[in-house]
Write a protein that binds this ligand. Sequence first.
Ligand code: FDA
Length: 308
Amino acid sequence: MLRRLLLAASASPRLHQLIMAAPQTRAIVDSYVAGDTADDAVRVTRALRAAGLLVTLDYLGEDTKDPAQATAVTDEYVQLLGKLAAEGLTQGGAAEVSVKPTAVGLFLGATIAADNIARICTAAAQAGTTVTLDAEENEAIEPTLRIAAQLRADFGDLGNVVQACLRRSEADCRTLAARGVRVRLCKGAYSEPESVAFTARRDVDRSYARCLRVLMNGPGYPMVATHDPRLIEITGSLALLTGRAPDSFEYQMLYGIRPAEQRRLANTGAQMRVYVPYGGDWYAYLVRRLAERPGNLAFFLRSLRSKT
Ligand code: FDA
């Protein structure tokens, strides 16, 4: 309930201002975000690679309202891929990128977003790595899947994200797994209505387990994005049952969340990828992380009270 309230309230300009101005905010941002610049992102990638972890980088920002801004976001990804490749960090897909379709113009028209994503995929292919399209609010899901399906003709390794909270996702997993593509499965970070989504935690977790079974049994490449110990355990059991080799799927977690568990999984010989966001436009990302964690939320509310 608190989570839904905070996500709804985050659209308020007053709350936006309060969060940005709260003195404690920066420390929380730093725990979840690599820094403001591509150089910060490369530095963090270097350190994670040295620790045996794979990386996916997200340039923060979403819901772009202006084609020039969508082009600027695309340029940033192209430059970032060049910097990562120059340091040998992209070899074999070790560091890849995650892109929010609305940041590169999804709501400005399907061709703008498709053209921008194709440019990023071209740069990624030149760097020897891959691109994964993040899943955003429900209205963005259908056009995102459509663009990915089109672009896969040229970029077969373009990945999609499926949110277990959506009622449609088990069916999406069947379609995507049948095509043998890279699919990241997450619980879903957006607040969606009952008509399209499971809203009780228990139902989301059950849906996750069902989707996971479809992906692990299918011919695709599952990317299991969760910090939930029970789901991580189920993934290990499914890998044994289905005879999946460690290099035929991967675990994924967010930068700054359960880092010891990230290292533990990597040390077992599993592939472990860390999602690393960077850039100055961190507000929406931060609010989603706060909303997921009651402890962080309480801390954040105390900061706000001290400002009002
Ligand atoms: P859950 O929220 O139940 O958390 C399980 C445990 O993890 C908690 O008990 C706690 O220990 C720890 N934890 C979780 N969140 C925490 C936090 N914020 N701070 C501290 N500890 C925390 N969503 C989406 O809608 N579209 C997308 O494209 C993506 N992409 C994505 C990529 C990757 C690599 C990951 C890991 C996640 C996403 N997500 C996402 C976010 C995802 O949907 C979900 O909101 C979060 O991962 C939290 O869900 P968990 O599965 O971790 O379970």
